[in-house]
Structures are given as C-alpha cells and as structure tokens.
Design a protein around this ligand. Structure first.
Ligand code: AP5
Length: 212
C-alpha cells in the first residue's frame, strides 16, 4: 500500500507515519528526516538543504525529487511505503503520480491530518527528538520518562532549529500556499481521507487504522 501523509507542519504526520509503518510493516520515508540525517553527516546535500529549512522554505525540487524517486525504487518499497513530507507541491505530486503510472500503479491513500494553525505553535515549541534513534517526544503531550533523555537509547534530546516561532510562522505560510492544494489534488484522485489531528495521539492513530 502506498500512503501519502498530508498536514501542516507539526500536525503529527511523522508521529502517525512511524506508527502506521510499524503496524503495517511498511518503510517510513520522511524527506525532512533524510535532509536532517545528511546534515548530521555533514554532506553537501544536508548543508544545502539546511539553508532552506532554517528559512522555513521548501528545499528545491532539484535536490528533492530524484532523492525521493531513488528511495522508493529500493527493494523494501516493493509492497508500499508511507511518505511523510513528500509530495509538498503539485509539481512533486505530479512527478510521483507519473512515476507510479509507469508501472500501472498509484497512491492508494492520502491521509490528511487536520490541525488548525492556532494549535501548531504549541506543538512545535514542545517538540523534542532523539538525534540518535529518531524517536519523537513532546514536553507536554508525550514527555520522555526522564526530562531531556531518550527512553529508547538514552541519548540527549534536541530541539529542531526550524521550530523557532518565526520559522514556524513562515513554514505555515509556505504550507498554505504550496502544500495545502494537495488536499484537493488527492480528493480529485479519490484517495483522500481527512482525520481530526487535534485529538490525542492514540485516538488519531485509532481513526487512521479504521481506514484500512
Ligand atoms: P519536515 O520534517 O517534513 O517537517 P514538516 O512537514 O514541517 O512537519 P514536521 O516534521 O514539523 O511535523 P509533523 O507533522 O511530522 O509533526 P510531528 O509528528 O513531529 O520538513 C522540514 C523541512 O524540510 C521543510 O520545512 C522543508 O524545508 C524541507 N522539506 C522536507 N520535505 C520536503 C519536500 N518534499 N520538498 C521540499 N522541501 C522539503 O508532531 C509535532 C509535535 O506534536 C511532536 O512533538 C509530537 O509529539 C506532537 N504531537 C503529534 N501528534 C499529537 C497529538 N495528536 N496531540 C498532541 N501532540 C501531538
């Protein structure tokens, strides 16, 4: 099954994508995570992507599209995947649609996690993540057992550079202008399902699994 996660920054796409991937044994592919991993490794791609991410802008398609197409062509994606953060523009969605159509395939499900803007700053300011194993937390809604320490691997948790309030405001603006139109795109394709993302995480996940 080929799944696309839609929703504003901080809506809970990554949180839910990880759980879907685990439950249905699908790879979780997050373009944001790929860029952040490259940055940690100090690659040219990571350093270039950082300029855009820190400004709250989208990383250009020239750095994003091939990377994604190469990733979904790997063996572990044969039975499907959960895409988190791609596509983010109509142009990216068209690339994915065309690539899948070549093998008579298509996106099966686009899950739109709906969270109004007024909830987003609170979500982002409390977000923490583990730089070592990728586990996500929230200081208020999903705290680790010991403050600042990953439950899974014991590494010190970090806050993302692009979670500063001014960058979040820019990311929201970019989301509304460039990514939100994908809701209509996948609605027209007949695969869109919208979930209320303001509920607690477990309830959101239960609503998602009810779609399968
Ligand atoms: P990316 O990493 O994809 O960021 P994003 O889309 O802005 O989404 P986030 O990761 O910020 O949020 P999320 O929806 O995954 O929420 P989460 O589950 O963490 O992209 C970062 C940047 O990379 C972009 O700005 C862009 O520059 C670049 N980029 C990436 N892909 C690109 C592409 N295709 N093209 C061009 N550029 C690209 O949850 C947020 C917090 O809320 C967490 O702390 C979580 O614990 C908490 N939470 C989650 N669910 C709930 C709930 N139900 N109740 C309470 N708290 C909750």
């Amino acid at each position: 099954m080929k799944i696309v996660m839609l929703g504003a920054p901080g809506a809970g796409k990554g949180t839910q994508a990880k759980r879907i991937a685990e439950k249905y044994h699908l790879p979780h592919i997050s373009t944001g995570d790929i860029f952040r991993a490259n940055l940690r490794e100090g690659t040219e791609l990571g350093l270039k992507a950082k300029e855009y991410m820190d400004a709250g802008a989208l990383v250009p398609d020239s750095l994003t599209v091939e990377l994604l197409l190469d990733r979904v062509a790997k063996d572990d994606c044969r039975d499907g995947y959960v895409l988190d953060g791609f596509p983010r523009t109509i142009a990216q969605a068209d690339v994915l649609t065309d690539a899948l159509a070549k093998s008579g395939d298509k996106v099966d499900l686009a899950i739109n996690i709906d969270v109004p803007d007024e909830h987003i700053q609170r979500r982002m300011s409390g977000r923490r993540s583990c730089p070592q194993c990728g586990q996500g937390y929230h200081t208020e809604f999903n705290p680790p057992k010991e403050e600042g320490v990953c439950d899974k691997c014991g590494a010190a948790l970090i806050q993302r550079d692009d979670d500063k309030p001014e960058t979040v405001a820019k990311r929201l603006q970019v989301y509304h202008e460039q990514t939100q139109p994908l809701i209509e795109y996948y609605e027209k394709a007949g695969v869109l399902k919208t979930i209320d993302g303001t509920k607690p995480m477990d309830e959101v996940f239960a609503d998602i699994t009810a779609l399968f």
